[in-house]
Ligand binder design. Structure first.
Ligand SMILES: Cc1cc2nc3c(=O)[nH]c(=O)nc-3n(C[C@H](O)[C@H](O)[C@H](O)COP(=O)(O)OP(=O)(O)OC[C@H]3O[C@@H](n4cnc5c(N)ncnc54)[C@H](O)[C@@H]3O)c2cc1C
Length: 497
């Protein structure tokens, strides 16, 4: 076994800090285990957990018998139970799959059958007119729709942060900017002994690989080449909140010869979101949006909701799916080396399924690896955690009351999203280190001006709170520096804005 500097010895090491790892780490924190999460990025969430449709799917879209069909409806129920306990935004909006004409209506019948077989509650097919009575902006071309009342929308940033933060409160260690570069084995190669990273080695008895688009690379480091990840990009438009109420539910198209079909929804923060495309690409990291991709999205969305005003679009983004050839999740424990577990190819509905997968993985470890790590309950486990108070959602009385507790609550940093200095400071206290990190916690830069007004102020606060120069502040880690030189004297530590 080759060892360089040992950064820590753990029972379980979990690679990646997306929703899969957040939920697994929280589940493992119910036990008296020493667990570490290793994440290569500077902010959480980073991979596909950061850029997706944020739909908590009902579970009708997957063939009965697949892992997706097994975990999705259970994950959906767990989100309904957990969002208050972990305090992340969650909208119980229901979803519609919309059909235009008899061929697409046949597709709805197929989904209805699948949904019933998968145990999805309350699904039914309704007429186009019934749909329009509930959602007046829907196209008059739509002839029928599959209604799934358990479909919901989550704030994916808040949910990802909530699981991992609660895991940390319960004893899990999180190492950011810690890229895994190799897997360590016992002398005879029969057992895993940890991982090597750019910081040094971390030893452990169990390694769980949930590294998104890189999961096949890391599994190969453990000697397993049984699957390959095929990255697929999905592009989106996001619109001003002023048109967020054009729909109240989540809308899917039926797949057609033009593609899988785009979706239209109002996000957990009431922005209108349309997308995604589905385009294979060789590059696992490439996330630029493209003119053809965005045209496809807009055209597809207009088939569902014809009066979407393009001028109200505020930005575009894309996410990269981790597909495998089978199309299903790839969750297994290797027989050699023992102790190595893949939670891979977690494409959609992976966000929905994550809490159910986490319970499955914890049970699998308990049942098959009890000789490697001891599972006794963590008697200090605390299931609740609170998000940073959301100033924008407070009543005027609440705003006045909280501003009296600390003047930073009265200092608006981001006008578009009504974010205060106190929220930014609290996000830094809880671990945000970059402009993107602050955005993921409390939303500055996500409004109409896209950071034109608030970015410099957030940079100043980051520099002041971290005791560094504003020149050292990055957008998202590495060398993504925000500033090239000072135009004004920087704030001194503790100096008010
Ligand atoms: C366009 C799109 C739309 C989607 N829509 C939905 C939806 O509406 N509903 C739904 O349920 N699901 C949806 N999904 C799927 C969902 O986003 C994913 O299933 C889920 O986010 C996967 O989470 P994860 O934690 O497995 O992976 P990720 O979130 O990708 O996390 C993997 C992490 O591993 C880290 N990492 C990678 N390599 C290393 C390394 N060498 N060392 C350390 N860390 C490493 C990455 O930085 C990353 O943080 C969508 C996905 C996409 C792309």
């Amino acid at each position: 076994m080759r060892l360089s500097a040992i950064c820590g010895d753990y029972d379980v090491i979990v690679i990646g800090a997306g929703i899969s790892v957040g939920t697994i780490a929280r589940e493992l924190s119910r036990y008296d285990l020493k667990t570490a999460v290793l994440e290569r990025a500077s902010d959480i969430p980073y991979g596909s957990s950061r850029a997706n449709s944020s739909m908590i799917h009902g579970g009708f879209d997957d063939k009965p018998g697949t892992q997706k069909a097994r975990f999705c409806p259970v994950g959906n129920r767990i989100y309904h139970d957990l969002h208050e306990e972990l305090d992340f935004k969650f909208k119980k909006c229901g979803s519609f799959v919309c059909a235009i004409g008899p061929d697409e209506e046949k597709h709805l019948e197929m989904l209805l059958g699948q949904g019933k077989a998968n145990g999805v509650p309350g699904i039914e097919i309704i007429s186009g007119d019934t749909l329009r009575a509930r959602e007046p902006n829907v196209s008059c071309e739509i002839t029928a729709a599959l209604w799934s009342p358990s479909g919901s929308i989550v704030n994916n940033f808040e949910a990802s942060l909530a699981f991992i933060e609660n895991a940390r409160q319960n004893g899990v260690d999180l190492f950011m900017e810690t890229e895994v570069t190799g897997v360590l084995f016992s002398e005879d190669g029969s057992h895993v002994r940890g991982v090597s990273t750019r910081r040094g080695d971390f030893t452990s008895r169990v390694v769980i690989n949930a590294s998104g688009v890189n999961a096949d690379k890391i599994s190969r480091m453990a000697g397993d080449d049984s699957f390959i990840i095929h990255p697929t990009k999905g592009e989106y438009f996001i619109f001003d909140r002023r048109v967020g109420d054009i729909v109240t539910s989540f809308f899917f198209s039926c797949p057609s010869d033009k593609g899988k079909g785009v979706t239209v929804t109002s996000t957990a923060d009431d922005n209108l979101l349309i997308g995604p495309t589905s385009v294979h690409q060789a590059d696992r990291e490439e996330r630029a949006t493209t003119r053809p991709g965005l045209e496809e999205v807009f055209e597809g969305a207009l088939r569902l909701i014809p009066n979407i005003p393009r001028s109200m679009a505020i930005t575009t983004f894309s996410g990269v799916r981790a597909n495998s050839k089978s199309g299903d999740f790839h969750i297994n424990a290797l027989s050699r080396p023992r102790g190595f577990v893949n939670v891979a190819a977690i494409k959609s509905p992976g966000f929905t399924s994550a809490p159910a997968i986490a319970v499955h993985v914890a049970n699998m470890l308990k049942e098959t690896m009890g000789d490697l790590v001891k599972f006794s309950p963590n008697t200090k486990f605390v299931p609740e955690r609170r998000h940073i108070p959301r100033f924008a959602d407070m009543s005027m009385e609440e705003k006045e009351r909280i501003a009296k507790t600390d003047p930073k609550w009265g200092q608006i940093v981001c006008r578009c999203e009504s974010v205060t200095e106190a929220q930014v400071v609290e996000a830094i206290r809880r671990g945000a280190r970059t402009l993107a990190g602050i955005k993921l916690w409390v939303r500055p830069t996500t409004g109409r001006c896209q950071g034109g007004f608030c970015s410099p102020r957030v940079v100043e606060i980051l520099a002041r709170e971290l005791g560094v120069s504003p020149l050292d502040i990055t957008r998202h880690g590495d060398d993504s520096y925000m500033l090239t030189g000072a135009t004004k004297a920087p704030l001194l530590p503790g100096e008010p804005l």
